[in-house]
Design a protein around this ligand. Structure first.
Ligand SMILES: Cc1ncc(COP(=O)(O)O)c(C=O)c1O
Length: 391
């Protein structure tokens, strides 16, 4: 029999979530991720909440590459990287990522979550200070929680350059100042003020860390992300990102810093030392996704067009959505119950767009988050806007 206190605690938590309307449903898909999916018990639904920004998740070449990876290397390495888990396809992928994002080198992990948990505890040491944007992703927050107690950590107000500068000044005596930001903020859909952050980091001799998980494949004329959008390629000290969104949508993440920093991470970072290497299937499929993008940036152009069409269409219907080049469009509603109700109604209308409330976003700022894909056709977009009109 399990411990009674434990059982009661679990029941209480689920009851509380059910009563407050915060219990998340887990829809089961019976088809690949694509603009229109099949959901068990519901049938066909138009997806406006996937990170499949370029529609590469079911691209025939990406699928074929994954199969080839499986054929060439089997199911996996059955090892961490430093024992016998480093495959030549890992190195090929890492070279390709570094070239694509404009850094000296890169190192892959099984997720960007792992990459963020590798970077901060491994590379920040006693006498440093970490300055992190208050809306940074949970993986950055948790990564920062893992650093030594001898590293100071502070949060600066969201995209507030004055607040950041005052903190940089106050920590002028530190060995190393770190400024950490998302490229595209996942709940707001806004973009970091990258040129200003680069300038501040130069002025105060700080390291700039950019998590570009929602920027890679999305921003910039050729999808190289937030640095390309602002003309800052090659100016970021450390970039992290995911392979689980625009770049094939499977899983996997990377860190792209200097070659020296990679050597330290390879030797010391615990997610790489104690957790298996990226499966070859993903190394192949993500590498293929980047190759497709390098060959044909028109996918990014189509994504940008779709973003403009959906943003202006929603605004014309009276929805409050901020102007931004990103593929994340939060539709602010405020009240949590109302947001959940509206998201459920959209689902009835055949459109999947999830409502987010506290604690993912602050109380009173509940929203439906729309995410745009290059794979949406004009007909899909019209269907989506018709559903929002009926709301
Ligand atoms: C900004 C950001 N960083 C990291 C991650 C984690 O990525 P992964 O799924 O590769 O762990 C996400 C995923 O939502 C994200 O939005």
């Amino acid at each position: 029999m399990p411990n009674a206190d434990f059982t009661q605690r679990c029941e209480q938590l689920i009851d509380d979530l059910t009563r407050s309307g915060q219990l998340k449903p887990f829809y089961e898909l019976t088809s690949p991720m694509r603009p229109v999916v099949q959901i068990k018990g519901r049938g066909e639904v138009l997806v406006l909440c996937a990170n499949n920004y370029l529609g590469l998740a079911d691209h025939p070449e990406v699928i074929e590459a994954g199969i080839q990876g499986l054929r060439d290397y089997g199911g996996g390495t059955a090892s961490v990287r430093f024992i016998c888990g480093t495959l030549d396809c890992h190195r090929q992928l890492e070279t390709r990522i570094a070239k694509f994002v404009g850094t000296e080198a890169s190192l892959s992990y099984v997720s960007c979550w792992n990459a963020n948990e590798a970077v901060f505890p491994t590379l920040a040491t006693e006498g440093d200070v970490l300055l992190s944007d208050e809306l940074n992703h949970a993986s950055i927050i948790d990564g920062c929680r893992l650093v030594s107690k001898k590293v100071e950590k502070q949060v600066y107000k969201h995209s507030d350059l004055e607040d950041l500068e005052s903190k940089l000044k106050a920590h002028a005596d530190k060995r190393c100042r770190w400024v950490i930001t998302d490229g595209v903020f996942s709940m707001e859909g806004d973009v970091a003020k990258l040129p200003e952050l680069v300038a501040l980091c130069q002025k105060y001799d700080a390291l700039l860390v950019l998590d570009d998980s929602h920027g890679i494949g999305v921003l910039g004329a050729t999808g190289r992300g937030t640095p390309e959008h602002f003309g800052c390629l090659g100016q970021i000290d450390i970039i992290t990102g995911t392979l689980g969104k625009a770049l094939g949508g499977a899983a996997g993440g990377y860190v792209a810093p200097s070659q020296r920093a990679i050597q330290v991470l390879e030797q010391k970072a615990r997610p790489g030392l104690f957790s298996n290497a990226l499966p070859a299937t993903v190394a192949y499929s993500a590498g293929k996704a980047i190759e497709i993008l390098e060959r044909d940036p028109s996918l990014v152009t189509r994504l940008h067009e779709n973003v403009r069409t959906i943003r202006s269409g929603l605004a014309a219907l009276g929805y409050q959505c901020a102007d931004s080049p990103t593929a994340i469009i939060p539709i602010m509603i405020g009240d949590e119950a109302e947001t959940i109700r509206k998201s459920a109604r959209l689902f009835e209308l055949g459109v999947m767009a999830i409502g987010f409330g506290f604690p993912v976003v602050p109380r009173g700022e509940a929203r439906i988050r729309v995410q745009v894909s290059a794979a949406l056709t004009d007909e899909h977009i019209q269907r989506a806007l018709d559903a929002f009109a009926k709301l």
